[in-house]
Write a protein that binds this ligand. Structure first.
Ligand code: FAD
Length: 439
């Protein structure tokens, strides 16, 4: 009944479900087989507890893995919600099509991508994943199967996109695709070294104008005038197929969990030096296979095990453009003062395309994401400081990554839409995250 492995990517907090019920068919009605509350579980690529339901029932959707329709003329794919974005790309890239929005891993399910309304490196052009969902089919705990779109049950549709799995089980969805051209598999990419934060922020926005994809890596150990130094990666789809196709390097995997994380200031400092040097050497324009460009971390399976048994926490915030410089400077200062650092300190621009979901995270501004090994109270204390800075600058936190947001912060962030959202929640659904932020 309860197979192992139903944990989040950060492996913190630990919240064991009492039962896990797999859904195999869209006609399944699992609700009599275990007690509520229920929560759908996709690929478990959320970091915190939004995909967890401690002491209650998870509805595992991975077996909903069928493609239902492919309309090439209308560039529309319809599939069940357990299909992963990687599986969609395998089908559509040979047809000259691509998903309009992909996050930093392709191992996420369609249901999970919708329920967190995920974003990619092209938010300034394409907005979020949910903006490209033409319609979806939702299973409610009363057994009803409801079709939702912008025109059919629009309130339930807007609550389900970014709805954290609380409105029911998404069974299937129709997603609009983007044309990249026949045979195209590569992105023409360039890496630009940047010396300091304001230069980085200016260059990201300038690059948004003529690049479909922009993302920056920050060396979070840099201090003083060098705060915010890093590398800006930017790119556009290649205009034509490339003759040679250097595909993603062979996949490695971390075979076991490290009892104690080997990641510390020394390894971090060495990594940052090497990464910056590599960026300077390989910086010029070059063609990169889409797998390497969009999903570099997928090259190492189970990389979260490197963080040891205590797990990792990701902090991701978005702050308005007007306060981005001071907010990010302050946050990087607090991280350095706490003696912490992150291998993955990623900065992206959020453009003005509106998010379709009531609880969607992206708002116009700059988003910063960092990973930290979980050191218990010490990490929790740092997160409290960072959260206060985000709130003071009118920013927000990403529920898909969060493990520490307080109920007060959640209300501050989403208070204006909460009554509308609550009206659409399935009464038999809940999650560890939801119970935490509703206290
Ligand atoms: C390496 C890495 C890089 C990432 N990069 C990004 C990024 O660039 N941008 C970004 O936005 N996110 C990013 N993420 C986060 C990830 O994209 C999201 O957390 C995504 O939602 C995970 O999908 P999943 O299938 O694993 O869903 P899960 O983590 O299993 O679940 C996520 C939520 O979706 C709900 N859910 C799942 N399936 C269904 C369903 N069928 N019906 C209704 N609700 C459902 C769950 O209840 C839960 O609330 C990254 C994660 C990793 C590990």
């Amino acid at each position: 009944m309860k197979p192992p492995g139903f944990e989040s990517w950060g492996r913190f907090p630990k919240a064991e479900p009492a039962a896990v019920l797999p859904i195999f068919w869209r006609s399944d009605r699992p609700f009599q087989m275990a007690p509520p509350p229920f929560l759908p579980f996709g690929m478990g690529r959320s970091y915190g507890d939004s995909c967890l339901n401690g002491g209650a029932t998870l509805l595992a959707t991975r077996h909903l893995d069928r493609f239902l329709a492919m309309d090439e003329a209308r560039q529309l794919v319809t599939c069940e919600a357990g299909v992963t974005l990687g599986e969609i790309l395998e089908q559509v890239v040979p047809r000259g099509l691509f998903l309009p929005v992909v996050p930093g891993t392709k191992h996420v399910s369609v249901g999970g991508a919708i329920a967190n309304d995920v974003h990619g490196k092209n938010h300034h052009r394409a907005g979020t994943f949910g903006a490209h969902v033409a319609s979806l089919e939702l299973l409610r705990s009363d057994g009803s199967r409801l079709t939702c779109s912008r025109t059919e049950r629009p309130e339930l549709f807007a609550a389900t996109i970014g709805g954290l799995g609380l409105t029911g089980v998404i069974l299937s969805a129709s997603i609009r695709l983007q044309s990249i051209g026949p045979g195209v598999e590569h992105v023409q990419s360039e890496t630009v070294p940047v010396r300091a934060l304001d230069e980085l922020l200016a260059l990201v926005r300038e690059s948004d104008g003529d690049h479909e994809f922009t993302v920056a890596w920050i060396d979070c150990l840099a201090t003083g005038t060098r705060v915010g130094r890093g590398l800006l990666h930017r790119g556009n789809w290649a205009a034509a197929p490339r003759p040679s196709s250097p595909r993603q390097a062979p996949r490695l995997s971390v075979p076991m969990e490290f009892p104690v994380s080997p990641l510390n200031r020394f390894t971090l400092s060495a990594f940052n030096c090497l990464y910056r040097a590599k960026g300077r050497v390989t910086g010029g324009p070059r063609f990169v296979h889409h797998d390497s460009f969009f999903f570099p971390l997928d090259r190492i399976g189970h990389w979260n095990r490197i963080y040891g048994t205590a797990g990792l926490l990701q902090f991701q915030c978005a702050v308005p453009h007007v306060s981005a410089s001071s907010a990010i400077r302050q946050m990087l200062g607090a991280i350095a003062a706490a003696g912490e650092g992150s291998f993955l300190a990623v900065l992206k621009d959020f453009g003005s395309v509106g998010s379709p979901g009531m609880l969607s995270f992206p708002r116009e501004g700059v988003t910063l994401a960092l990973d930290f090994p979980n050191k218990g109270d010490r990490t929790a204390g740092l997160f409290r400081k960072l959260h206060a800075m985000v709130a003071a600058h009118g920013g927000r936190l990403y529920p898909a990554k969060d493990a520490h947001m307080s109920a007060e912060q959640f209300r501050m962030q989403f208070g204006d839409v909460l009554p509308r959202f609550r009206a659409q929640i399935d009464p038999a659904f809940s999650s560890s995250f939801w119970r935490r932020v509703q206290q």
